[in-house]
Design a protein around this ligand. Structure first.
Ligand SMILES: [Zn+2]
Ligand SMILES: [Zn+2]
Length: 254
């Protein structure tokens, strides 16, 4: 079984949209691969979202962080603290991956919370990923691409059997990204900004839709939504292959 679970479909601000109806958690996603869970970012509030989605954090084998903005890593200390006292302790190894500079960031985080993040009964491995690096998970692999953002940031592509899922993390417009995401069964792409916004670190609605098209992805999920990008997206006539993410949405892959 392979499924993608959206823990948080929002960005830095969890405030409700203009209608007052939607509070989106910050960026966090889980790829369920059989009994294992691979996490792609875990923004603040997303540990609780795992429980709401029925996902047991003890099953997480890998954490892939696209970058270290708090809306993507906010619940990393919460998760490690939870592991220390969880009713059902975890074992094995947790492989935590992030972009360049991530190992130092992790050390500083551990020191700031010392000793409450130290693993008990399991081990943590930290890896910094650069362009073209590959993480091997046995019957699957994750490829890395560096993407333009306001800090070191990576996009990640999971491949296993004949299936593939590509996650952009936060990125500015990068035409080469569509090659990295080429023919993915599921492309999970950020869509933070309305058209015309002046911010080269994120994608505007039309840029996201352009990358969806040029990638040839079979299905796409637009996420990292702000109030204004969601409003703009809602006005567009989208192909049925494109979905707008919402928290706790689950998508079977392949
Ligand atoms: Zn973000
Ligand atoms: Zn960011």
């Amino acid at each position: 079984m392979l499924k993608w679970v959206v823990l948080g479909s929002g960005c830095f601000s969890p405030e409700p949209g203009e209608t007052g109806a939607t509070v989106r958690n910050p960026a966090g996603h889980a790829l369920v691969v059989g009994r294992d869970i691979l996490l792609f970012d875990l923004g603040f509030g997303d540990l609780g979202q795992m429980f709401r989605a029925g996902l047991d954090p003890a099953c997480a084998t890998h954490l892939f962080f696209s970058h270290r903005h708090p809306d993507h890593v906010g619940d990393l200390p919460a998760l490690l603290f939870y592991y220390r006292y969880a009713r059902k302790p975890r074992g094995g190894r947790l492989h935590v991956c992030g972009p360049r500079g991530f190992a130092g960031f992790f050390q500083r985080l551990e020191r700031a919370h010392h000793p409450w993040l130290k693993p008990k009964g399991f081990e943590i491995k930290i890896s910094e990923l650069e362009e073209r690096d590959v993480v091997n998970g046995g019957d699957w692999r994750v490829l890395c691409r560096e993407v333009p953002h306001s800090t070191e940031a990576i996009a990640l592509r999971w491949e296993g059997g004949r299936r593939s899922v590509c996650y952009s993390g936060d990125t500015g417009f990068d035409p080469g990204f569509s090659l990295f995401a080429q023919q993915a069964d599921l492309l999970v792409l950020e869509c933070s900004l309305p058209d015309g916004a002046k911010n080269a670190s994120h994608l505007q609605v039309s840029q996201s839709l352009q990358l969806v098209k040029t990638s040839g992805a079979r299905r796409s999920l637009l996420t990292h939504l702000s109030r204004s990008s969601f409003q703009e997206l809602s006005k567009r006539a989208l192909s049925p292959k494109i979905r707008i993410a919402s928290d706790l949405m689950q998508i079977r892959v392949g």
